[in-house]
Structure formats: structure tokens, C-alpha cells
Ligand binder design. Sequence first.
Ligand SMILES: NC(=O)c1ccc[n+]([C@@H]2O[C@H](COP(=O)([O-])OP(=O)(O)OC[C@H]3O[C@@H](n4cnc5c(N)ncnc54)[C@H](OP(=O)(O)O)[C@@H]3O)[C@@H](O)[C@H]2O)c1
Length: 226
Amino acid sequence: MATWVITGANRGLGLEFTKQLLDEGHTVVAGVREPQSMPFNHETMTVIQLDVSSTESVQNFAKELRLICDSIDVLVNNAGRMDGRWQSIEDVDPELSLDVLNVNTIGPLRVSQALWPLLQGSNLTKIANISSLMGSIDDCMSGKSYAYRTSKTGLNMITKILAVEGQGENITVTSYHPGWAKTDMGGERAPVPAHDSVQGLIALIKQQVDDRTGRFFEYTGVELQW
Ligand SMILES: NC(=O)c1ccc[n+]([C@@H]2O[C@H](COP(=O)([O-])OP(=O)(O)OC[C@H]3O[C@@H](n4cnc5c(N)ncnc54)[C@H](OP(=O)(O)O)[C@@H]3O)[C@@H](O)[C@H]2O)c1
């Protein structure tokens, strides 16, 4: 059984990851902004405060994590925020856009940087970045959502850069699109149940060996264009 770190574990896809991994018998470290918002306790789950937009919080998270384990197997950079979807040029709020980029792009980089020493070692370890098809430049047909789209495009580039850095360190790094999934972010009309999205993502992350690093996949396993 493996040790997985899940960011944004208290609701949505992060909570679904946590439940399915615990059911499989894995150890989960749940990174959440408000630890009391974690809806349950479990003997193989540790909840640690984490705000991915704060360097201090991420460093404290890494410190707490090192107190309970010497290494981890998988980091799932799942925490993310929307930008008030479908904003066109006249609606863009530059300050809010900076926060979206901070959470969705620099957040996963901060956490990966802080946990990198726990991923290094002789065993193959993995970073799974939960991106979005909305970050695909090839797929940008309907426009709008400047900040969210850009934040996920940036995350995809970070995936690629980290994947290069991870070569020779036995660390694979891959981007995933969870589908339009039914969560607070995805909304009620979303066609993909959170359970199905995460079941697909977990299966893919388990297959995330060297030939899959630096690539971008949908939860179904279909490879996506950057
Ligand atoms: N649902 C979809 O259709 C869809 C599609 C494509 C991509 N995604 C991506 O999938 C990931 C999960 O989305 P979701 O649908 O589960 O969203 P969600 O239901 O809105 O949940 C977002 C999670 O991220 C956490 N979070 C937000 N800002 C954070 C911060 N600064 N530090 C730590 N945690 C933070 C939230 O914590 P709080 O409870 O504290 O706010 C919450 O746990 C996101 O990266 C999202 O962009 C989702």
C-alpha cells in the first residue's frame, strides 16, 4: 500500500480521491485549508492544514508531513479555484486573475517543490497535476475564462518542466483532465459523476510510469493535445 498526498481533500474530487484511496487500504495525507472542514476521520488518514497559495502554509505543511513520514509515493495537486467562468475581456478582474494563477499554477509548483525531497529516492514516485481541458490551447474554441484557462495552461507547462527535472530522479509528472465532473466547481449539470472521474484518474495514476511522464490525459485514458 502507498502513501498519497491529496491537496484540496475536503470536498469535490479531492474528497472522492481520499475516500476511494482509503477504501483501497492506502495511507492518505489530506491537505486542507480548514482542517475542521474534513467531513470524517480515518485511521490511515492524516489531515494537515494547507493553503497552496501561501508559501508559509506550504512550508509548514511539508514540515508537519516530515514528522509523520520519510517519503511519499504520490502527490495529487488537486486544489484549484474558478475565475467566475466565461468572463470576456470587459469583465476580467486582474487582481482575482492573479489569485487564480497563484492557486492553480504556482500552488502546485510550491507544493511540488516543498515535497520534492520526500519524492526523491530509489522507488518510482509520482506527481499528478489535476489540470483541465480548458487549459488546452488546441481546444480553446469558445474563448473566455482568461485566468482559469491560462492557469491550467501554465500548470501544464509546469508538468512538462517538472517531468524533465524528474527524469533521473525516478519521479514522473503528468497532467490530467478530470472531465466535466459533478462537484461544486463542475455544477449540477456536469455529466461525469465525481466517483467515475476519480476512479479513472486513480487507475491512470497507477499506470504513470516513465513512458507517461510529461503528458496530458483525460480521466478516460484518452491523451489530450497541449
Ligand atoms: N469539476 C470539474 O468539472 C473540473 C473540470 C476540470 C478540472 N477540474 C479541476 O479539478 C480540481 C478539483 O476541482 P473540484 O471540481 O473538486 O473543485 P471544488 O469542488 O470547487 O473543490 C475545490 C477544492 O480545492 C480547494 N482549494 C481551493 N483553493 C485552495 C487553496 N488556496 N489551498 C488549498 N485548497 C484550496 C477547496 O478547498 P476549500 O473547501 O477550502 O475551498 C476544495 O477542497 C481543480 O484543480 C479543478 O480546476 C475540475
